[in-house]
Design a protein around this ligand. Structure first.
Ligand code: MV4
Length: 452
């Protein structure tokens, strides 16, 4: 087992990882930028190292500074959290070369899944459903039109190096293709330094359903059911839940089996997520694989009574997975609301000083946060400041519990997304479980109509 772990992250996920380490009796080293000197993750870790100025490229993304800190403090492993270097295959390789265990899957798997066109091919070759499409990359306009017409409109142009919606264009006819192709290539070049794009059939008004997996280094893989992540705005998830109102026990088994089979075939270990599109006929298609612990892992932990970060650490230490598929039960319903420091109207970031804060508690309420009264929320990083997660026997009860929890969530000094969540939870379509990736567009229209 590891003696000491460095956490290459900040905010709520850094504290979440420290909690798991404490329960395992593992010492922790926090790293922080200049502006994060007084952060909670620094306070709760056993040791801390300043790794650079505020700008992430000079601190939390600074591989030499992180490795120096790891060597200085003589750690056995690095947990990358989510974001930052968590899906950087090069960083995982550098850790390996320095004899520091990277808590995540192998560099090769990170690299494979980071290339979305390659990931699609890999999934298809092991029998995971992908949408009809073209397995090569697009060379020119004429080829794009030919392929689009052979697939049949609508099709979607995606960046190979992409993910999270950047460099993506939905096209519905020949003219669209001609206009969108260079735009998508340019956007991909700008965002990822790689203009490569591919084409596939566009699945209309689908749900975003993702399957949580755990695999060990001995080849055992299990799944922990789904998370419903369709409530998103501009590819930023706002609220997640498990189970999905669209997933039956049988569909969960099918999607879970597909995810497990895929992970076995690619030699996946650690925690991971396979994202699927689910259409209204209950047909599902591979979208992307996330090779990290995700923001929304807590909803799965609540319905399956597991600790995914603890499992990740044990797996990285080379232990065999104690959990078997038959041990995984799904109990009740969990919902997570992401509380961001942002304007509830414009969604613009709202950094600043938290002058007062009250966080909810009581039965079935979990809050993951590194916020406190007196914290200055810096403008340099992601605006997520807290995750309120509730659990109850049924979805309706979980919604009521979330209303109660958000009513007690008082954050003064900055604007937050709490009011958005209160509105979403009161929306008739949301309450009926009638959601798709178009939910927030309809929601925004309804809100502006109501104001007019
Ligand atoms: C799709 C799709 C429909 N059909 N692929 C969004 C980000 C990236 N993960 C891929 N995405 C999509 N891929 C096909 N073939 C629709 C989306 C999509 C989406 C997916 C999940 C949640 C919100 C979304 C919003 C717009 C588009």
């Amino acid at each position: 087992m590891f003696r000491k772990i460095l956490i290459a992250n900040r905010g709520e996920i850094a504290t979440r990882i420290i909690w798991a380490c404490k329960e395992l009796g593992i010492k922790t080293v926090a790293v922080h930028s200049d502006v994060d000197r007084d952060s909670l993750h620094v306070r709760f870790a056993d040791e801390a190292v300043c790794i650079g100025p505020a700008q992430a490229s000079k601190s939390y993304l600074n591989i030499p500074a992180l490795i120096s800190a790891a060597e200085l403090k003589n750690v056995d492993a690095i947990h990358p959290g989510y974001g930052f270097l968590s899906e950087n295959a090069h960083f995982a390789e550098v850790c390996r070369a320095c004899n520091i265990k990277f808590i995540g899957p192998s560099p090769n798997v990170i690299r494979l899944m980071g290339d979305k066109a390659q990931a699609r091919r890999a999934m298809k070759s092991v029998g995971v459903p992908v949408t009809p499409g073209f397995d090569g990359i697009i060379e020119d306009e004429q080829e794009a039109v030919e392929i689009a017409e052979s697939i049949g409109y609508p099709v979607i142009i995606k960046a190979s190096a992409g993910g999270g919606g950047r460099g993506m264009r939905v096209v519905r006819n020949r003219d669209d293709v001609i206009a969108a192709l260079p735009a998508a290539q340019q956007e991909a070049q700008l965002a990822f330094g790689n203009p490569t794009v591919y084409l596939e059939k566009y699945v209309e008004s689908a749900r975003h359903i993702e399957i949580q997996v755990l695999g060990d280094e001995l080849g055992k893989v299990i799944h922990l059911g789904e998370r419903e992540c369709s409530v998103q705005r501009r590819h930023q998830k706002l609220l997640e839940e498990s189970p999905s109102t669209a997933v039956t026990t049988e569909l969960r088994r099918q999607m879970g089996d597909a995810a497990v089979k895929a992970c076995r075939e690619i030699g996946y270990y650690s925690a991971g997520t396979i994202e699927f599109l689910l259409n209204s006929n209950s047909e599902f298609y591979f979208m992307e694989m996330n090779t990290r612990i995700q923001v929304e892992h807590g909803v799965t932990e609540m319905v399956t009574d597991t600790d995914l970060v603890r499992e990740q650490i044990l797996i990285a230490a080379g232990e065999r997975l104690q959990l078997s598929q038959d041990d995984i039960g799904f109990s009740g319903h969990a919902i997570e609301c992401r509380i961001n420091a942002e304007s509830p109207r414009t969604f613009a970031p709202s950094p600043g000083l938290i002058t007062a804060i009250n966080l909810p508690g009581g039965p079935g309420v979990r809050v993951d946060t590194a916020a406190f009264a007196g914290l200055f929320v810096p403008p340099f990083y992601d605006s997520l400041i807290a995750k309120v997660v509730v659990h109850h026997r049924t979805r309706d009860l979980a919604i009521q519990r979330m209303h109660r929890a958000l009513d007690a969530t008082i954050i003064e000094g900055i604007e937050t997304s709490v009011p958005i969540h209160q509105q979403i939870l009161s929306d008739p379509d949301f309450m009926a479980g009638n959601i798709s990736t178009r939910f927030m567009d309809r929601f925004a229209r309804k809100a502006s109509d109501a104001r007019a």
